[in-house]
Structures are given as C-alpha cells and as structure tokens.
Design a binder for this molecule. Structure first.
Ligand code: CAA
Length: 246
C-alpha cells in the first residue's frame, strides 16, 4: 500500500480521533488542525503514549485565511496533502424560532464553510498529481433533518451537495469525493444531548445502541483505499439502521 499524507480536520474530537488512528494504522502520515493549543497538546501526548504520532497545526477551519495557512504548514512539514477528511464540526442546537444569527453562522461556517476553506488550498495539487481522496463527514441529520438542528442539518446536507459537485469536476483527475453520514455515535457531542432526549433517540436505532467511532473510521479508510477508485459521489449512511434512505 502506498503511504500517503492525510489531513483530518477536527482530528482531536471523538470521530476525528478514530479516523486519525485508523489512517495511521493503514500506514499514512496524518495531520490535524486545532484551535485550543492546550487541549491539542494533551491529546497528542495521549496518542503518543498509545503509539500514534500525528502532526498538529493550529488553524480555525471556519476562516479561509487560517485554513489556507494551516494547509500550507501541513504541506511544509509532511508534503502535499493527498487524502483530505473534512470532519470538523460543531453543534449549536436550538429550535429555529429561538436561533440567533450567530448560532446559524457558527455552524454553517464551521461545518460547511470549512469544506471550501480547507479543500480549496489542496485541490490544485491533487489535480496536478492526478490522485486524491476527499471525504466529507456529514450526518444522518443532513439526510433526515432533526428537531432543534436547522443550522446543523442545513450544513450537513450542504456537505453532500459539495461532494457530488466536486466528484463530477474532479473524476478525470483521479480524485474521488465521497460522503460518510454517521448516525448517533458515542462521542462528547452526542453525550451533550440531554439524557432523556438521547434515550428516545437510541430507542429509534434498530441495532439498539449508539455507534462506535471506529465503525465510522473503518468506512473512511475504505473510501481512501486505492481499490475504491471507481467509487465517487457516494453517500454512505452508517447509523445502526436509524435512517435507511436510498
Ligand atoms: N419531535 C417533536 N417534538 C419535539 C421533538 C421531536 N424530535 N423534540 C422536542 N420536541 C418538543 C417537546 O416535546 C416540547 O414540546 P412541548 O412544548 O409541547 O412540551 C418542545 O419540543 C420543546 O422541547 P424541549 O423541551 O426539548 O425544548 P428545549 O428548547 O429545551 O430543547 C432541543 C430543544 C435543543 C432541540 C432539545 O430537544 C435537543 O437537544 N434535542 C436533540 C437534538 C439533537 O438530536 N442533536 C444532535 C446532537 S449530536 C449530533 O449532531 C451528531 C450527529 O450528527 C448525529
């Protein structure tokens, strides 16, 4: 297998950490960004104790300038980015009639704007080298909507619109672009949902439990594989059966 340079945004989070570790275990050199230096350093130390070495670079993916500088630094340190996982995301859950402009913009800029901000600086190099793998980490709630998540669902649905356009434009350059849409996975983000609400959600999952971050990371690794070269523009739902679109 060819070792590649992979950039995973939001790699210090629950799903992000599992993706970083899985790509590293496949032999890739993995970088991620951070906003909070103390948190990122503690995360890196914990990963190193378990035998994983990652490159961490400061950069807020909601800002085009900061994201471009972050990509530049990753490329200086590791080489051209060949695998990009647009994973960084936040929630600002509230019903729409209570939602502030700030809550709307924060989620749109971080979850969807980041796809432009981080992909734009890597796409020219992928096209020149005629190889690339781009995966958006969307959500079940971009597919089905969610009470209290008009901002998040809009951003997550937008991510797949981004995927299928980029997939068409870049297919002839050996670049595949796909979406993974996780359901409710046992991360801090999901554990922040009030327990009574969360229990009702878990009751709607046919497999009968929250997902494990590794179950998402496995699919991301699949899309980045050499042999996945004919898979582009797909949206893979991984949600324990909670939502079965087709
Ligand atoms: N469908 C219909 N009605 C609902 C509802 C639902 N899913 N959820 C809540 N309601 C109703 C309540 O029954 C209540 O009705 P009454 O006023 O008639 O009693 C009303 O809406 C208000 O509900 P709350 O008391 O819950 O209102 P709140 O303002 O305290 O909280 C909320 C609203 C923030 C949306 C809260 O319900 C919540 O956190 N919901 C979960 C949202 C969610 O799933 N977020 C996912 C986070 S994880 C993630 O995003 C990762 C991923 O990709 C999956």
């Amino acid at each position: 297998m060819t070792a590649r340079v992979a950039l995973v945004t939001g790699g210090t989070g629950g799903i992000g950490t599992a993706i970083c570790r899985h790509l590293a275990s496949l032999g890739h050199k993995v970088a991620t960004n951070y906003r909070d230096e103390a948190k990122a350093k503690a995360w890196l130390e914990a990963q190193q104790k378990e035998g994983f070495d990652f490159t961490i670079v400061k950069g807020d993916v909601a800002s085009a300038d900061a994201a471009a500088a972050m990509v530049h630094e990753v490329e200086q340190r590791l080489g051209p980015v060949e695998i990009l996982i647009n994973n960084a995301g936040i929630t600002r859950d509230t019903t729409f009639h209570k939602m502030s402009a700030q809550q709307w913009q924060d989620v749109i800029n971080t979850n969807l704007g980041s796809c432009f901000n981080v992909t734009r600086p890597v796409i020219d190099g992928m096209r020149e080298r005629k190889w690339g793998r781009i995966v958006q980490i969307s959500s079940i709630n971009g597919q089905k909507g969610q009470y209290g998540q008009a901002n998040y669902a809009a951003a997550k649905a937008g991510m797949h619109g981004f995927t299928i356009s980029l997939a068409q434009e870049n297919a002839k350059f050996g670049i595949t672009v796909n979406t993974v849409s996780p359901g409710y996975v046992g991360t801090d983000m999901v554990m922040a949902v009030p327990e009574d609400v969360r229990n009702k959600i878990v009751a709607q999952i046919p497999v009968g439990r929250l997902g494990d971050p590794d179950e998402i990371a496995f699919a991301v690794g699949f899309f980045t594989d050499e042999r996945a070269r004919w898979i582009t523009g797909a949206n893979l739902a991984i949600n324990g059966g909670q939502y079965m679109g087709w």
